[in-house]
Design a protein around this ligand. Structure first.
Ligand SMILES: Nc1ncnc2c1ncn2[C@@H]1O[C@H](COP(=O)(O)OP(=O)(O)OP(=O)(O)O)[C@@H](O)[C@H]1O
Ligand SMILES: [Mg+2]
Length: 301
């Protein structure tokens, strides 16, 4: 990629909770940065702060949070626009994050905060509160303008919803990835996501391409096999009966494994890819990242 050109911006999204969005987003960001030497910014949009505390220590996060150096402060400034703004993008981006190798030099993090829980319902009211200068869905886009061209990739870990915070992420995304457990309940909402994002893309008048669906926590049972067969034939559930095309199903899937489940366990050795993700997930995540990288280089901005 030519230096200074626009990065590939990808949201990891699913309305269903606990399907591996954060795990996949963090691992893809780490692999892009460490193995593929890309300059990566991971944005944590989820008030659960799972991606944040995966990549930095809780102590480090605590200090950032107290000093208003998280995404919550960005939204808080817009809600409380009568107060002097505190958010500073340069001071909020944490450089060289990850447990791997004591930090990956080209991986940066824009952290989240649990404070976002109370704020997120107020964000849509910003315009009504008299702050007409900013559209609520443009807050993140405007804040990132001074830094975004430093990166080859921006990876966004979204909460399991399509609220205004997620829309701020989609609004800067050229594409999105849908992690899902290959079972009936987890794949139920995928059609709705594709439809809703298509509508949103129309509204903001820019392409937001469904890059693909990735199967996570895969177990060798019949149900998982059946759902993955449907996914690979692009005939998942409602897609089979409608004109809406099912997004591609990534060839590389991520197995259910104890090592990945231990990811947040401070007792685990998280200093190497193998220690953090174990086998076979380490290799699977690497191959998935290569698949995503190839697709992005071929098209998605
Ligand atoms: N391949 C896997 N094998 C075993 N456990 C996994 C795997 N992937 C994720 N997990 C575990 O499943 C749980 C949910 O994963 P994760 O936090 O990535 O999901 P999520 O979709 O981001 O959830 P949320 O909607 O709450 O943000 C975590 O405890 C994680 O460690
Ligand atoms: Mg998550």
């Amino acid at each position: 990629m030519v230096k200074g050109s626009a990065p590939h911006v990808l949201s990891f999204i699913n309305l269903k909770g606990g399907v591996g969005k954060t795990t996949t987003a963090v691992a893809v960001a780490e692999i892009l940065a460490h193995e593929l030497k890309q300059r990566v910014l991971l944005i944590d949009l989820d008030p659960q702060t799972n991606a944040t505390v995966n990549l930095i220590t809780e102590e480090a996060w605590d200090e950032l949070d107290r000093e208003g150096r998280t995404i919550a402060q960005l939204f808080s400034d817009k809600i409380n626009h009568h107060l002097p703004p505190r958010f500073d993008i340069e001071r909020s981006i944490v450089r060289g994050v990850s447990t791997i190798n004591g930090g990956i030099r080209s991986l940066d993090l824009l952290p989240s905060s649990i404070r976002l829980i109370d704020l997120q319902d107020l964000i849509p009211t910003i315009a009504m509160a008299g702050n007409y200068t900013v559209n609520p869905r443009d807050i993140l886009r405007i804040a990132l303008q001074p830094v975004i061209d430093r990166y080859d990739y921006v990876i966004i870990d979204c909460p399991p919803s399509l609220g205004t915070v997620t829309k701020n992420g989609l609004n800067i995304s050229g594409g999105y990835v849908i992690p899902t457990i290959p079972d009936i309940v987890s794949t139920w909402g995928i059609y709705q996501i594709v439809e809703k994002v298509r509508q949103f893309a129309e509204e903001v008048n820019q392409p937001i391409e469904p890059l693909g669906i990735v199967a996570t926590k895969v177990q060798g049972n019949n149900l998982h096999q059946r759902v993955m067969t449907d996914l690979s034939h692009r005939r998942l559930g409602k897609f089979a009966e409608s004109d809406v095309a099912q997004p591609r199903f990534f060839k590389n899937t991520i197995s259910q494994s104890v090592a990945v489940a231990r990811g947040a366990d401070p007792e685990a050795d998280l200093r190497t890819f193998n220690g953090k993700y174990g086998n076979p997930a380490c290799e699977q995540l690497l191959r998935l990242t290569l698949e995503i990288h190839e697709l992005c280089r071929a098209k998605v901005r």
